[in-house]
Design a protein around this ligand. Structure first.
Ligand SMILES: C[S@@+](CC[C@H](N)C(=O)[O-])C[C@H]1O[C@@H](n2cnc3c(N)ncnc32)[C@H](O)[C@@H]1O
Length: 334
């Protein structure tokens, strides 16, 4: 039970460290070391259902009541960052700098895409009452907010690799998980439904998309669904072959430059944020891959996910020239 509590607690957003240690000289002595980023992180961890179970079990387990000390750290030296690819100077990781502007610049379009795509498919499929839904690459929580407004009883989990994006997700999800799409730290058979909105799975090349779908197949219950929207090769490699535009912001501009890298069937987007004086505040590169429908279909089937339907975002039929497709995959019942 302690090991499971440690595992779940470490996945909670804002939990910096969580350990329960047993004294090797006295098996009845335990020390718990817990480091939280802020009060909200303490509250999120305390809300885990397993915390209640562990506390109720104390009566039978402990000879004396537990004691604790809380230390409040007001300043600290920065730790060396654990992400080896953490970038320096103006170049930041995808969705590090952009997280702050995301909702303002893309929020409305993301909402429309969810409504025409994933939400319409979920209405067709029928999501069971009280279902557990995992939003893969949840970002700032656009999908979480929409799903919650449809059914407040869903158990929503949001997963993303960008802590900066998750910080904007606020209370959209019951649980936030900072993780890669190819290594989902959730138990097997955990979810009734998984979703991934606004072309997030395009961030994975073929090998990684296969791995991600394999993880989805594991995390889903038998008969569970994965519903996602996906940008087409037509958008990423034709329409955005060489395309740029600029967003005007209150305190500067954001410049977008899309460039198709045909050999790799991928699109490299450079986002450059300038301040009012024209100085670069940050720059990010986003690489998106455009697998065709046949390749996605094959990867899904290899992961044990049957293609129930694939259609254009704006209509019930499929055409290769659509910018975005919506996929509904189902795990076998067996
Ligand atoms: C276009 S945003 C979409 C966010 C959100 N789904 C929405 O609808 O607004 C793409 C998201 O994918 C996340 N992402 C990209 N690659 C990822 C990976 N390998 N693992 C986890 N998240 C990833 C990014 O951090 C970002 O939040």
């Amino acid at each position: 039970m302690f090991a499971e509590l440690v595992r779940q607690s470490r996945q909670v957003l804002g939990v910096r460290h969580f350990d329960i240690l047993q004294d090797p000289d006295d098996g009845c002595r335990f020390v718990s070391v817990e480091v939280f980023e802020d009060r909200a992180a303490v509250d999120r961890q305390s809300a885990l259902p397993l915390v209640g179970e562990v506390i109720s079990a104390f009566d039978g387990l402990l000879r004396v009541a537990p004691r604790g000390s809380a230390f409040h750290v007001s300043a600290s030296e920065p730790w060396p960052t654990p992400r080896a690819d953490r970038s320096t100077d103006d170049q930041t990781l995808p969705y590090q700098g952009f997280a702050e502007e995301y909702d303002r610049l893309l929020g409305d379009l993301a909402v429309r895409t969810w409504q025409q795509g994933i939400l319409a498919e979920l209405a067709r499929i029928g999501v069971p009452a009280g279902a557990t839904v995992v939003d893969l690459a949840a970002g700032t929580g656009v999908g979480g907010r929409l799903l919650r407004s449809l059914d407040d009883n869903l158990t929503l989990v949001g997963l993303d690799a960008s802590i900066e994006m998750l910080r904007q997700a606020g209370g959209s999800y019951r649980q936030l998980v900072e993780a890669d799409l190819c290594q989902i730290p959730l138990p097997s058979g955990f979810a009734d439904v998984t979703v991934s909105g606004f072309d997030s799975l395009n961030y994975l090349d073929g090998t990684r998309l296969g791995r991600c779908l394999g993880e989805v197949g594991r995390v889903l219950k038998p008969g569970g669904w994965l519903v996602f929207d996906y940008s087409s090769p037509h958008l990423l490699c034709q329409q955005w072959r060489d395309h740029h535009h600029t967003d005007q912001l209150a305190d500067g501009t954001l410049h977008w430059r899309h460039r198709a890298d045909r050999a790799g069937s991928r699109c490299v987007t450079t986002l450059t944020r300038y301040d009012q004086t024209g100085a670069v505040r940050w720059e990010e590169q986003h690489v998106q891959y455009a697998l065709d429908a046949f390749q996605v279909h094959r990867l899904a089937e290899s992961a044990g996910l049957r293609v129930d339907r694939v259609r254009d975002l704006h209509r019930a039929e499929f055409s290769p020239s659509a910018s975005t497709h919506v996929w509904s995959l189902r795990k076998g019942d067996g």
